[in-house]
Design a binder for this molecule. Structure first.
Ligand code: T4K
Length: 392
């Protein structure tokens, strides 16, 4: 369908559109051609090497060198343990200033290191930590800032780096959503002291489960390598009280096979986002995230929109539940904000997190994944327009 016709259809959509026969989830992992995975499995069967820094983990790590501008990399079995190890390896203690607008693992990693999270509000445009509000939260116990490139949107690194430098504290990034993002031609992993990526199945790039710590500080990555493997220096020496966060060979194999397709994955996501943006911009009460400047090479990892209830016709939650009737399983990433969860509610009662709270009540993240078709996106947009029009 061409856009002009479609826009008219959307505007006139008084007839209930047809829902999907099968559930359309917020995401679905990209899977490489099965033969490519199967062929390589025979090498694993041959070698009987399944984990503990095997040949595929080493190969995967060296392939990632290009993505991360040849910085030091430590592969781990998931992003959450990656964050915990990152904090350990940088010696983070006391308090860390972070964002409440993220997946809960960002803050859990602090808790597991006995660090007190200090929540800072987010900025309006890209929902990342508001650098202009960070400095007021610094106390004598602050040892780091933990920013999150939420949805792959880069944090304001210039401002955060300046604050971190002046206060002699560390700057760490949860880059779980930001695989492949480049800023001024450089990998986003060049930001801060250390970045942690997630390669979970729901991410733009994945290794089933997995993650990577990336830093230009070789010493920190060396320490992380000890920490992810019980602290073993060799068979008889343990130099650090480590944990077990090693990536295994099957994860690495999936990472290797998927990495070959990463550019195609991003291209197909970009096409879907273009259609979403074009169509949703015609619906009143829907606010799109501002387009990133052209010096950011984006990965299109999520498709968040904001619902302005009094203009749209119904609330975000009404839309969310209504979409399920059409077999569309959008998600409210990230609602509630982390500081609202039972286990964190009491730690900072007086925090001014107005923007994060408001955005979390307006946001809905729409389905986006490489196998989603342009026609599916068109239908999702028609259904959204219809739901708003019903003013339920
Ligand atoms: N920091 C940030 C900012 C993060 O967003 C995350 C993880 C982390 C740190 C921690 O990284 P990891 O330790 O996970 O590496 C999902 C993911 O499990 C989680 O990795 C991710 N963030 C978070 C934003 O989303 P759920 O609980 O929403 O996932 P779930 O199981 O409901 O899956 C979402 C949809 O994806 C399902 O409706 C269907 C589809 N799906 C899911 C899986 C697992 C599939 O089609 N196939 C699958 O295998 O947390």
């Amino acid at each position: 369908m061409i856009f002009d016709q479609l826009e008219v259809t959307m505007i006139q959509s008084v007839v209930r559109p047809k829902g999907f026969d099968k559930p359309i989830y917020v995401t679905q992992p990209f899977l490489p051609p099965i033969e490519e995975f199967q062929d390589a499995l025979s090498d694993i069967w041959e070698s009987k090497w399944l984990t503990n820094n095997g040949p595929l983990v080493q190969k995967f790590q060296s392939m990632l060198g290009q993505v991360f501008d040849d910085q030091s990399i430590s592969l781990v079995n998931n992003g959450t343990l990656g964050l915990q190890i990152a904090l350990q390896s940088l010696g983070i203690a006391g308090e860390v200033i972070t964002t409440p607008y993220s997946f809960v693992a960002s803050t859990h990693a602090l808790f597991w290191n006995k660090v007190r999270p200090v929540f800072c509000d987010i900025e309006e445009e890209y929902f990342t930590i508001d650098a202009s509000k960070v400095e007021d939260l610094i106390s004598p116990w602050t040892t780091a800032i933990l920013g999150v490139h939420v949805y792959g949107n880069p944090c304001n690194d210039d401002a955060l780096r300046d604050i971190a430098r002046r206060h002699n504290i560390k700057l760490i990034y949860d880059a779980a959503h930001a695989f492949g993002v480049r800023v001024h031609g450089k990998s986003i992993a060049n930001f801060g002291d250390l970045s942690v990526f997630s390669f979970h199945a729901t991410k733009v790039f994945h290794s089933i489960e997995g993650g990577a710590l990336v830093s230009n500080n070789k010493g920190v990555i060396k320490e992380s390598n000890y920490l992810k493997n019980f602290g073993f220096e060799n068979e008889t020496e343990v130099v650090l009280p480590g944990t077990n966060a090693k990536m295994n060979e099957f994860q690495a194999l999936m990472g290797i096979c998927t990495l070959r397709y990463f550019d195609k994955i991003v291209d197909s996501r970009r096409e879907l986002v273009d259609v979403y943006r074009k169509l949703l911009s015609t619906i009143s009460g829907i606010k799109l995230v501002k387009e990133l400047p052209d010096w950011v090479q984006y990965n299109y990892s999520y498709m968040p929109i904001l619902i302005i209830e009094n203009e749209f016709g119904c609330s975000r939650d009404q839309l969310y539940f209504k979409l399920r009737e059409f077999n569309i399983f959008a998600r409210r990433y990230f609602y509630p904000i982390i500081s609202e969860f039972y286990c964190y509610r009491k730690i900072q009662r007086d925090a001014d997190l107005g923007t994060a709270l408001r955005i979390s009540e307006q946001v809905i993240t729409l389905p986006i994944f490489p196998d989603l078709k342009i026609e599916d996106v068109e239908r999702i947009c028609i259904i959204i327009a219809y739901v708003g029009r019903q003013k339920i």
